[in-house]
Design a protein around this ligand. Structure first.
Ligand code: ATP
Length: 138
């Protein structure tokens, strides 16, 4: 089985129980889980690939604005299956084209899109290490 890293972002944390139910009903196992409040520096590190983009400062502010729930999920094809369930990056587009996706249901706008999912095997490994190797302390 494959592993992926999921994040319930600050705008959706009040719905985390409901989202975790959907995750389990969709055939994933939750292998690890933690609640974290990232500092702006930690959020910048996590999203380093977007450094320099126009939306980077507000992305960092959003991701450090409140607690998040970080989950290691497993099932067959976990990475692509989770991204499919999560839906398109932009919540407003998700509502038009993928109305059943989690972002369509729980997201707020083009940036505050409720959920994250690793986009590749190597990023999943990096992101799981980022949150579960004790480098992040509450
Ligand atoms: P994630 O990595 O969070 O799963 P993603 O892979 O769908 O999302 P990325 O392109 O990696 O999207 O962007 C990371 C995050 O940055 C997005 O989830 C969103 O919160 C924010 N973001 C991306 N593009 C924009 C944009 N054009 N305007 C504002 N925020 C954006």
């Amino acid at each position: 089985v494959e592993k992926t890293l999921a994040i319930i972002k600050p705008d959706a944390i009040h719905k985390c129980d409901e989202i975790e139910d959907i995750i389990l009903r969709s055939g994933f196992c939750i292998l690890q889980k933690r609640r974290v409040h990232l500092t702006p520096e930690q959020a910048s590190d996590f999203y380093a690939e977007h450094y320099g983009k126009l939306f980077f400062p507000s992305l960092v502010a959003y991701m450090s604005s409140g607690p998040i729930i970080v989950l290691v999920l497993s099932r067959d094809n976990a990475i692509s299956y989770w991204r499919e369930l999560v839906g398109p990056t932009n919540t407003l587009k998700a509502r038009e084209t993928h109305p059943d996706s989690l972002r369509a249901i729980y997201g707020t706008d083009d940036q505050r899109n409720a959920l994250h999912g690793s986009d590749s095997f190597s990023n999943a490994a990096r992101e799981i290490r980022f949150f579960f190797s004790d480098s992040i302390v509450e």
